[in-house]
Design a binder for this molecule. Structure first.
Ligand SMILES: C[S@@+](CC[C@H](N)C(=O)[O-])C[C@H]1O[C@@H](n2cnc3c(N)ncnc32)[C@H](O)[C@@H]1O
Length: 336
């Protein structure tokens, strides 16, 4: 009897099996405030005393975080790497820890939970994520997701549009905490803006508008974009990661957007755009999988938004694929 002939390596499977260790290390580091403490370099024993931890296991845990490149270790002294220092220390406008804890609890499904979703489909309506209360609750940490790079990147792109200087009024549709709208309005000397979202969410947006001193230029409009008017007279409408909630109503909502724009107005949508029959880019396949299983909506396939824009009467649509810190995304720019 001889050993089997193996022509393919199972290494990828081992790595997938242990991938959840990395997310547990990240989330536990946030929970135990390790990154706050390691803003000041220290040994494992020193940190164990601070967090009241078991010395050997604290050292093993910190070694795991070093393997993830979130910490550095030099002669037994641990310190944050720049990515941990910028995004995982609490109390900054770029702190992402709170959001990761929330998202981790949603994505960190145990195999039995995922089997239930695969076998039984979405849970009852009470667990749905698209209620105004849930989004209102999440809007504060969502702001840090937005202002940790992507809002800056997008406002650079929008402000480089040839017609940008002529814009007088914009709408941030499904704007959440409103950071994209704030970043775009801030690039313009006079343009006014409105953040449209569900009532509990715009209440949070008001706080951020105040924080950036834009109360005289940005207001909020509470409503449901599937049912309510979006207002009118906009030169620019911006929507990011939000039209998934209009998926069953896309034709109507896109027509509303078209009507709410002034002649020659511009609608820009930023969303995931899945390709290869819904299997790429892997970042969005992974990060949308659980909510798509739990909710009625699903991630967009590439080109769906652009087609809807043309069907609603937009004259031209230009589509771009962008590398962002939220993964590869599609920007569709429609002109009326
Ligand atoms: C994923 S968040 C995106 C927020 C922000 N645009 C961004 O890119 O970070 C989706 C937003 O859509 C809003 N939303 C969902 N359904 C909506 C509806 N029917 N009417 C208005 N807003 C809605 C949610 O309240 C939430 O703020």
């Amino acid at each position: 009897m001889s050993l089997p002939q193996v022509n393919v390596s199972p290494e990828k499977l081992y790595r997938m099996c242990y991938a959840s260790v990395q997310s547990s290390l990240l989330l536990t580091g946030i929970k135990l405030k390790v990154f706050n403490h390691l803003s000041k370099p220290q040994t494992a024993d020193q940190l164990a005393r601070v967090i009241n931890g078991h010395p050997k296991n604290t050292m093993l845990f910190l070694n795991g975080l070093v393997a993830c490149d979130l910490l550095l270790k030099k002669r037994g002294i641990y310190s944050n790497t720049p990515i941990a220092q910028t995004f995982l220390v609490e109390g900054y406008s770029t702190s992402l820890g709170k959001g990761f804890i929330h998202q981790g609890s949603m994505y960190g499904l145990m195999p039995e939970d995922l089997s239930t979703l695969v076998l039984n489909g979405p849970p009852s309506l009470e667990n749905r994520m698209d209620t105004g209360e849930k989004w209102g609750h999440n809007a504060t940490w969502m702001a840090n997701n937005e202002r940790s790079g992507i809002a800056q990147q997008m406002s650079d792109i929008v402000s480089a549009l040839p017609e940008f200087s002529s814009f007088e009024k914009m709408l941030d549709l499904g704007g959440g905490p409103g950071i994209f709208g704030i970043a775009i309005v801030d690039k313009h000397p006079t343009m006014k803006g409105t953040v449209f979202d569900q009532k509990p969410v715009v209440e949070v947006a008001k706080g951020f508008i105040r924080e950036y001193g834009l109360e005289s230029r940005i207001d909020v409009l509470a409503g449901d974009f599937n049912k309510d008017s979006l207002g009118k007279g906009y030169d620019l409408i911006w929507a990011s990661s939000t039209l998934n909630f209009a998926q069953n109503n896309m034709e109507k909502v896109m027509k509303k957007i078209h009507e709410a724009l002034n002649p020659k107005g511009v609608f820009i949508n930023l969303s995931e755009g899945l390709t290869h029959e819904g299997t790429k880019p892997d970042f969005f396949v992974f990060c949308t999988l659980v909510w798509a299983m739990q909710n009625p909506m699903r991630p967009f396939d590439q080109g769906v938004i652009a087609d809807a824009m043309l069907n609603a009467g937009f004259k031209t649509v230009k589509s771009r694929i962008l590398q962002t810190c939220w993964g590869q995304m599609d920007m569709d720019i429609a002109r009326k």
